[in-house]
Design a protein around this ligand. Structure first.
Ligand code: NAD
Length: 392
């Protein structure tokens, strides 16, 4: 490994933040975590829980110390609290800040006005506070920000990595790629991207926006070392991402619920590739003033293809059902995404395999008595302005 870096992982208690913190620590970096535990609060609000039990943060970090001798410092607070954000950056003095700390479920943002306003306030204000904190504390700090492939929507042209050359009425310019996202959550990410790009121009800070595909899988080499290091595994209709949800539905004998025709295509990535992409981005920082965008996904599949892949691997057969699509989205569409920049920097993708899906069945089998089947059915309808907060 190259230089030892100080890396602050915002949202380090979450599904991806925790395995990323462990991965970076394992690779020799000095890691700190920031979280306000909002995600654990959404579980209480929705009346659901992670399929795999997760330990409180002090137990997690103690287990890591016992197993590896490495410390992970923890800062408990809210990025929307500007003083907390700035003082944490001044105290930890990171070389890079990895920003996962947002409300990340599209259905949650579409429950009603209150949840849409919460999502956009939490995400946009938190990121804005962070930009000011970086500009005031140290403009050399590299911001590695998690965006989503959902920012782009489904345009009828190739999706480039963040920027596009446009020729209009004979004149040409390099512009941010136009976005047409499909929820108030995804829109919050678009607003973030614009704010970050402007901060790079105005203050000369360095940023990498990672437009990530839907993540699947639950274990990394580090989280698998001890049950106390497990990361969350969401299966229900609000926070459960599509492939993880299908695997759990198959393992508990429920039909796989495809929304609409299932011809909608999504970019996907294995959780082991997520943590490696973050390492690559941190160790190869953007230049001062540069707003760099990577499309962090490794393959594209339609929802029907994902459901069939999962169904084909489950012994004994699984039913696939199509539900009325609760989302407002284009189903039959062109989808061709450029995603070469992380590979150029050394990413060696794990593509979706029967072995990986098989290993996820083993995890589900262990905890399947924790599944509440009612929570698997979608109940947040994009066409309504008010939806129930809990299933059933
Ligand atoms: P998660 O909800 O499990 O983790 C987010 C963490 O951030 C939680 O622990 C939460 O408590 C914390 N947080 C939220 N708001 C905060 C605030 N204001 N201050 C401090 N902490 C706060 O989500 P995840 O699945 O790990 O996703 C992490 C990031 O990756 C998100 O930004 C998400 O949009 C992005 N992403 C995730 C996926 C996916 O498939 N999971 C796909 C694309 C992009």
């Amino acid at each position: 490994m190259g230089t030892r870096m100080r890396i602050l992982v915002l949202g380090g208690d979450g599904y991806l933040g925790w395995p990323t913190a462990l991965y970076l620590s394992d690779r020799g970096h000095e890691v700190g975590i920031v979280d306000n535990f909002a995600r654990r609060g959404y579980d209480h609000e929705l009346g659901v829980e992670s399929l795999v039990p997760i330990e409180p943060m002090p137990v997690r970090t103690r287990a890591w110390r016992e197993l590896t001798g490495k410390e992970i410092s923890c800062y408990v607070g809210d990025l929307c609290d500007a003083d907390f954000t700035t003082s944490t950056l001044r105290e930890f003095r990171p070389d890079a800040v990895v920003h996962f700390a947002e409300q990340r479920a599209a259905p949650y943002s579409m429950i009603d006005r209150k949840h849409a306003v919460y999502t956009q306030t939490n995400n946009v204000v938190g990121t804005l506070n962070l930009l000011y904190a970086i500009a005031d504390a140290d403009r050399d700090i590299h911001l590695v920000k998690l965006g989503t492939m959902g920012e782009y929507g489904q345009p009828n042209i190739d999706i480039e990595e963040g920027w596009i050359d446009i020729t209009h009425k004979g004149r040409t310019d390099r512009m941010l790629y136009p976005k047409r996202p499909g929820s108030f959550y995804h829109l919050s990410k678009v607003h973030d991207s614009h704010n970050i790009e402007f901060a790079c121009r105005a203050w000369g800070i360095r940023a990498t926006d990672l437009n990530q595909g839907i993540v699947y899988g639950q274990q990394t080499e580090q989280t698998a070392r001890d049950p106390r290091l497990a990361t969350r595994f969401d299966y229900e209709a609000v926070f459960g991402t599509v492939l993880n949800r299908f695997v759990i539905q198959a393992a508990v004998g429920e039909p796989l619920t495809v929304y609409g025709s299932g011809t909608q295509t999504r970019g996907l990535i294995d959780i082991r590739d997520t943590v490696e992409c973050i390492r690559i981005a941190c160790e190869n920082p953007a230049d001062r003033g540069e707003f760099r965008v990577f499309n962090q996904m490794t393959q594209s599949l339609s929802l029907t293809a994902i459901a069939k892949t999962v169904a084909d691997t489950y012994p004994g057969g699984v039913e696939i059902v199509h539900l009325d699509n609760p989302r407002v989205e284009v189903c039959d569409h062109y989808y061709n995404v450029v995603h070469t920049r992380l590979v150029e920097l050394g990413l060696k993708p794990h593509l979706l395999s029967d072995t990986l899906i098989g290993s996820m069945y083993a995890i589900v089998e262990q905890y399947k008595d924790r599944v509440d089947p009612a929570a698997l059915r979608p109940y947040v309808d994009w066409r309504r302005t008010s939806n129930p907060v809990t299933a059933g």
